[in-house]
Design a protein around this ligand. Structure first.
Ligand code: PMP
Length: 498
């Protein structure tokens, strides 16, 4: 491993790994793991390519906003590159793509504009064009930008040639979204490894290529509605509702030897097999492409060598059908394991601790300054809402979330925070609180000096409107929560489930 001058320098040079469990031992099935890129997908390559090309040609000025329409991975890659290079980024994305994707992009500092699912891929693209025009932003045009295909010719294709130098490579298998991978790699393979055949996988229920129907394109490069063979499918990142220019170019150049229709259920099962049998954690299009590669292997002579692209990681799919059957709680088998030994179980109460004669706890006297601190905090006219809390306790967070949601300004005295640990100041305040309220638990929440109680007491008081009455009495502003809002939904999920 070398040292790198910045994160973008780590893009590419992804490993090729042999699979041994999913095919007969006399064929060689390899996968190229694009999840080893810094943001864990093949689209990191495109991201650095389009930004550097635009910088070089002056299309992108320092500080100018970058915009793109994307199903996610391009946006995540661009968010990484734009964060590192200092460009603001706006991503346009159909609402139907998994929520972890937009959260990731926002975490990296991008703005995400959602478009209605009903308007599909072409709708989100049209929105990006409209925004770019209106604001003078730089649109990366991933679907037709030659820099997208070029980076794959310069990097992905060269890596493959190097890794298979002097060895057989009978088939290279990929899917297509923008077609950047396909267009860029295929033309190099055709020129330098003409015996390698190229297979392109697509969803069997959405056979854009399989239909043989060419894509209609408006004079301005946009598309007049969806391709007639397009149907919604679960392979996020593949087959938008149009055949992009880069994909069409690869087809027109005769670079595709076979089209592989892939069944959705099989794609999910193969993604799961790749994880459970080979320990390789990948996304849905990876399992989809691999399912096609396995079909090729199964129909091939001994010695056949197949390389399949694995475009991204599985972590991006937690809220999708890929994880739909993954229980969040213990299944029957796991419950049996739990019950196979006597302790630490949900169905058996812990045995009561053997009774010991209660050793009198040493009585630490309440310190006058701690008691004064509590009185002062509770008597404050500027901050009538006070909670004595623990910094990262989940119950305290439930109370904080309620106040934040209702727009209530509050003071949180975090007794275990760094600030209050010195000379056990937090402990002193806790003892002073106990002397005052008789409550040992934290948080203790007060409105206008009156004790509401702990976290669930506050949630209950809010549910009944009593907390709001106390706030009104002290003229503390708050907003009424949305109808149907249940304060208890703010408690940690592990607590709500039981
Ligand atoms: N798989 C996934 C998960 C993707 O995000 C993409 C890119 N949209 C692809 C495959 C296809 O890659 P390309 O755009 O280079 O055709």
């Amino acid at each position: 491993m070398a040292k790198f001058s910045d994160i973008t320098q780590t893009i590419g040079r992804t490993p090729v790994v042999r699979l041994s469990k999913l095919v007969r031992p006399d064929v060689n099935l390899y996968v190229k793991l694009e999840s080893f890129n810094p943001m864990a997908s093949v689209k990191d390559r495109l991201a650095i390519a389009v930004i550097e090309e635009a910088e070089r040609t002056g299309k992108l000025k320092p500080g100018q906003t970058v915009i793109e329409a994307t199903s996610g991975n391009t946006g995540i890659g661009l968010a990484m590159v734009c964060a590192q290079r200092g460009y603001p980024l706006v991503i346009v994305m159909a609402e139907s793509f998994s929520v972890e994707r937009h959260k990731l992009m926002r975490f990296l500092g991008a703005k995400v504009v959602l478009t209605p699912a009903a308007e599909r891929g072409s709708g989100m693209l049209a929105k990006a064009v409209e925004l770019a025009k209106a604001h003078g932003w730089f649109l990366t045009r991933q679907f037709e930008n030659e820099a997208n295909a070029d980076i794959h010719s310069r990097t992905t294709a060269r890596e493959i040639l190097d890794d298979f130098a002097g060895e057989r490579l009978d088939w290279w298998v990929t899917g297509f979204g923008t077609g950047g991978t396909l267009r860029g790699v295929a033309r190099v393979l055709r020129a330098e490894r003409p015996t390698t055949k190229i297979a392109v996988a697509e969803p069997d229920n959405s056979p854009l290529l399989g239909s043989g129907i060419t894509q209609q394109v408006n004079p301005d490069g946009t598309y007049p509605g969806a391709h007639p063979a397009f149907r919604p499918h679960l392979m996020q990142g593949w087959s938008p509702d149009f055949i992009s220019k880069l994909t069409a170019d690869a087809i027109a150049a005769g670079h595709v030897d076979r089209i592989l229709p892939i069944n959705g259920r099989k794609a999910l099962d193969t993604t799961r097999d790749l994880a459970t049998k080979e320990g390789i954690f990948a996304g849905i299009t990876s399992g989809a492409a691999l399912s096609g590669a396995i079909d090729i292997c199964n129909a091939s002579l001994p010695g056949t060598t197949v390389l399949c692209m694995i475009p991204d990681t599985g972590e991006r799919y937690l809220s999708t059908p890929l994880f739909a059957d993954m229980p969040a709680d213990m299944d029957a088998e796991e419950t049996d394991i739990s019950r196979s030994t006597p302790n630490y179980r949900f169905d058996v109460r812990p045995a009561p601790a053997p009774a010991k004669p209660a050793a009198a706890e040493p009585e630490i006297p309440v310190k006058a300054d701690a008691a004064a601190f509590v009185e002062k905090a509770l008597g404050s006219a500027e901050e009538p809402v006070v909670m004595f809390a623990l910094e990262w306790c989940e119950f305290c967070w439930a109370a904080r979330k309620l106040f934040t949601r209702a727009g209530v300004k509050y003071r949180s005295v975090d007794l275990d925070s760094f600030e209050y640990q010195k000379d056990d100041r937090g402990g002193d305040i806790r003892r002073a609180l106990y002397a005052k309220t008789g409550m040992k638990t934290i948080p203790q929440i007060f409105i206008g000096g009156k004790l509401v109680g702990g976290s669930t007491d506050l949630l209950e008081a809010w549910k009944q409107g009593k907390a709001q009455d106390m706030l009104k009495e002290k003229s503390v502003a708050f907003t009424a929560p949305a109808p149907g809002f249940d304060p208890y939904s703010l408690l940690p999920t592990w607590l709500q489930a039981r």
